[in-house]
Write a protein that binds this ligand. Structure first.
Ligand code: UD1
Ligand code: MG
Length: 462
């Protein structure tokens, strides 16, 4: 066989289990950490090792898992009956080249460090499996690593099969194992299911290899939290906090001011410019590009957007799918929906909703308005309570507002409609026809004055 195949790495991801301890209908690997399924984190991690192939063993919730990852370039292997992690690997092995090295990873351990996995893979060789272990203060639930007097690994005992002395061991099996494919096939043939769970444990291959006289290469992970598995909602919540602290730590190191790193949630790709400040309880979801000098006040959610330099986002805003130009002031309580694009110096104030609209330079919509499917020029002032009525019950229509237009408060612009440059709409107007440039439009009932009209008086009998 060519040296290339001997050197090549193939990854097996075990993702067929139900996740009984999650008490959920959703397959475990689809539960989300930082806004992405556990399996997405695992696949991103292993792809950094540039393997020749990634094989995903799936089974429980097969349709849901495959359709969620249909665009991934992986080899799907169905394990129709989940008879344990050893059985899962055995099911996958015929799809691997016998001379490859296999790295086995669990789909419910999402945050491993690819550098450590790479070192683990290096440590494995023909007749020598490599095992990644971790020291945990609380090893509850994990398989324990049993060593011989000389310190070498002898076997792994699962929690449910462990005696009281073994339960006191704090070194655990992380689940990451690397070995030659042909060795794995041989060792797994000898693994049985005589244990508390009546399952074929992958972990038993360590004892089988040791019995064969093989030395087990073991590495202890530096950051034990990075290899924590998710078996329950408690595990998931704890790992989410670990992940978020770590991400906040990275941003702090890059110079972002984060008022409380424990109260920031970042999901997906999020990049900050220089001198940004983020107040508490902010949720940022990528892809999100934040410029220089951006100030995000408390309690905002910003998703899939670009935020220009020196933008000030006041408290309680929801911004999604928008491109906000430099020096904008947004909120408090603004909702910016997908398709919104603003030039520089735009102000969008409290209780304003903007959807699928372009706003020109210096334009202001400061209070209680709805701007949808609109093109708004520069220097426009939209008063309080203005509505672009874009929907006729079946179709959406466009509103076009030129430069330097003034729209008085409590007006409705019934789309499709155009306001020319410099047009003025009197407050309280309902505009149903286009307004030419530099023209005042008044579309409201004329005020009547009725003299000596008195309010009805209450009678004594009432
Ligand atoms: C497993 C290990 C344990 C280790 C821990 C680390 C075994 C027997 N035990 O325990 O030593 O400390 O992980 O997190 O391996 N899966 C399949 N097919 C199956 C069974 C499971 O694909 O038939 C998948 C699951 O979807 C999951 C992974 O394998 O992603 C691990 O299974 P899980 O049941 O979570 O094992 P643990 O009890 O966590
Ligand atoms: Mg697990």
């Amino acid at each position: 066989m060519s040296a290339q195949v001997e050197q090549s790495l193939e990854v097996i991801v075990l993702a067929a289990g139900k996740g009984t301890r999650m008490y959920s209908d959703l397959p475990k690997v689809l539960h989300e950490l930082a806004g992405e399924p556990l399996l997405a984190h695992v696949l991103r991690c292993v792809k950094q090792l540039s393997p020749r192939a990634v094989h995903v063993v799936y089974g429980h919730g097969a349709e849901a898992v495959r359709s969620r990852f249909q665009s991934e370039k992986v080899n799907w292997i169905l394990q129709s009956e989940q008879q344990g992690t050893g059985h899962a690997v055995k099911t996958a092995l015929p799809s691997l080249h016998p001379d490859s090295k296999a790295l086995i990873v669990y789909g419910d351990v999402p945050l491993a460090d690819p550098v450590e996995l790479s070192a683990l893979t290096e440590a494995a060789d023909a007749g020598r499996p490599a095992l990644l272990t971790a020291k945990l203060d609380n090893p509850n639930g994990y398989g324990r690593v049993v060593r011989m007097e000389n310190g070498s690994v002898r076997r792994i005992v699962e929690q449910k099969d462990a005696g009281s002395a073994e339960l006191r061991i704090t070194e655990v099996n992380t689940g990451f194992v690397a070995a030659k494919v042909s060795d794995l096939a041989r060792w797994l043939e000898r693994v049985d299911n005589c244990n508390a769970q009546k399952e074929y444990y992958l972990t038993d291959l360590i004892a089988v290899a040791a019995n064969e006289g093989c030395a087990i290469a073991d590495k202890q992970v530096l950051d034990a939290a990075s290899v924590q598995g998710v078996n329950s909602k408690t595990d998931l919540a704890l790992l989410e906090r670990y992940y978020q602290r770590k991400r906040a730590g990275t941003y702090l190191q890059q110079g972002v001011t984060i008022i409380d790193p424990g109260r920031l949630d970042v999901r997906g790709e999020v990049a900050f410019g220089c001198d940004c400040v983020v107040d508490v309880n902010v949720v940022l979801q990528g892809p999100l590009q934040i410029g220089d000098g951006v100030y995000i006040e408390a309690n905002s959610i910003i998703r899939r957007s670009t935020i220009g330099d020196h933008v000030h986002i006041k408290p309680h805003c929801v911004i999604e799918g928008a491109a906000i130009g430099p020096k904008a002031i947004i909120g408090p309580f603004a909702r910016i929906r997908p398709g919104t694009k603003t030039a520089d110096d735009v102000h969008i104030g409290n209780f304003v909703e903007v959807k699928n609209s372009a706003l020109g330079s210096g334009t202001k919509v400061n209070h209680l308005s709805y701007v949808g499917d609109s093109t708004v020029g520069s220097g426009v002032n939209i008063g309080a309570g203005v509505i672009t009525c874009n929907y006729d019950g079946k179709y959406k229509h466009q509103t076009q507002i030129g430069d330097n237009v003034f729209v008085g408060s409590d007006s409705q612009l019934i789309a499709p409609v155009k306001l020319g440059d410099g047009a003025i709409v009197g407050a309280g107007s309902t505009i149903t026809h286009d307004v030419p440039a530099d023209t005042l439009a008044l579309g409201r009932a004329k005020q009547k004055l009725v003299k000596s009209r008195r309010r009805p008086q209450k009678k004594d009998s009432d």
